[in-house]
Design a protein around this ligand. Structure first.
Ligand code: DQA
Length: 149
C-alpha cells in the first residue's frame, strides 16, 4: 500500500453541518471523513484526515506530509486566502497537492477569489459540496498511481 493521502482541513470546518448550511450544506466533517475513507479504500489508499483551527498546526501537518504522505488534499478554508506561511510550507512538498473547497470561492466575495494554495496545487476541486472531497480523492489516487508507474 502507498503512503496515506493526507486530507487536511483548516479553520471552521469542524462546524460543517451547522455552519452556513445554505453555503456549505448539512454534511458534517465526520460524514466527509467517511466519504473520503470509503472512496480511498476502494482505490487502495489509506487516508489521514485532520482538521484544525490553528494556522501553525496546519503548517506542522504539511511539514509532516513531506515524508509521511503520498499526496495532500487541502481545504485551507480562510487561510487559503491569507496565509503566505502556509504557502511556504506547501512549497516544500514534492508530492501532489490538491486544493479542495465545498463552495465555489470564485463565485463568492472578491476576497475569496485569490487563493495562495492554487500557486502550488496540481489542481483544484470546488463547488460540489462534500463531493468535492470524493473527486479530490480520485484525483489524488490517479496522481499517485501515475507517479509510481
Ligand atoms: C471554503 C471556502 C473559503 O472561502 C472559506 O473561508 C471556508 C470554506 C470551502 O470549503 O468552500 O472556510 O474553503
Amino acid at each position: 500500500m502507498p503512503k496515506p493521502i493526507y486530507v487536511l482541513n483548516g479553520p471552521n470546518l469542524n462546524l460543517l453541518g451547522s455552519r452556513e448550511p445554505h453555503i456549505y450544506g448539512t454534511t458534517t466533517l465526520d460524514d466527509v471523513r467517511g466519504l473520503c475513507e470509503a472512496r480511498a479504500a476502494a482505490l487502495g489508499h489509506a487516508i489521514v484526515f485532520r482538521q484544525t483551527n490553528h494556522e501553525g498546526e496546519l503548517i506542522d501537518w504539511v511539514q509532516e506530509a513531506r515524508t509521511e504522505a503520498s499526496a495532500v488534499i487541502l481545504n485551507p478554508a480562510g487561510y487559503g486566502h491569507t496565509s503566505i506561511a502556509l504557502l511556504d510550507a506547501l512549497q516544500t512538498l514534492a508530492i501532489p497537492i490538491i486544493e479542495c473547497h465545498l463552495s465555489n470561492p470564485a463565485a463568492r466575495e472578491p476576497f475569496r477569489h485569490k487563493t495562495y494554495v492554487a500557486l502550488v496545487a496540481k489542481g483544484l476541486v470546488s463547488g460540489f459540496g462534500a463531493n468535492s472531497y470524493v473527486l479530490a480523492v480520485e484525483a489524488a489516487a490517479g496522481l499517485v498511481a501515475a507517479a509510481s508507474a
